[in-house]
Write a protein that binds this ligand. Structure first.
Ligand code: CMP
Length: 167
């Protein structure tokens, strides 16, 4: 819970009533907000203006353990950033890959328009930022650094997959 507790005086609000429920909290607003986006690694280099734009675009989702967030082969329309909790990516022919707070997933279907490449399931209760397909393009335009981070992470994941395949 460390990341979230550090984010509680920031710029994203969510309804505590919905905490750890699989409920989308609606548009993120910056006024009276509580999640400090600049603490989220992929947004740490952003200006205040960029953070405000991210806050307008993203929503907060709380989901219980055991929730399927993407299913391999399904169409995909959302990009996720983990704020709290862990998920597992079920990759073909290998052990599940754990993703921790600060990691993201769901970018592949939004980038290439193809189906989900893997099933992603929550290991614990999680809190996520969620960005839909239309807003993902806006987000990349508003935060150009995000595209570099996406490319670096994709490259790392390809290398890791190749290393696993070679074992
Ligand atoms: P997408 O294909 O949209 O939906 C499933 C997501 O799982 C995928 O985007 C990536 O974000 C993530 N993913 C797929 N393969 C891996 C992997 N080998 N390591 C980490 N994450 C992965």
């Amino acid at each position: 819970m460390e990341l979230v507790s550090r984010m509680m005086d920031g710029s994203i609000s969510y309804d505590p009533k919905n905490r750890l429920e699989p409920v989308l909290s609606g548009s993120v607003v910056q006024q009276g907000g509580q999640i400090e986006l600049k603490e989220v690694p992929i947004f740490e280099g952003c200006s205040q203006r960029q953070l405000q734009r991210v806050a307008r675009i993203a929503r907060v989702l709380d989901a219980p353990a055991g929730s399927v967030l993407t299913r391999i082969g399904d169409p995909g329309d959302e990009f996720f950033v983990i704020l709290d909790g862990t998920v597992s990516v079920d990759v073909a022919g290998g052990r599940p890959v754990p993703l921790r707070p600060g990691s993201f997933f769901g970018e592949m279907s939004l980038l290439d328009g193809g189906p989900r490449s893997a099933t992603v399931v929550t290991d614990t209760p999680v809190r996520l930022l969620v960005v839909n397909r239309g807003d993902f393009s806006v987000l990349r335009r508003e935060v150009p650094e995000l595209t570099r981070v996406l490319l670096v992470t994709l490259s790392q994941r390809v290398r890791q997959a190749e290393a696993r395949a070679a074992q």
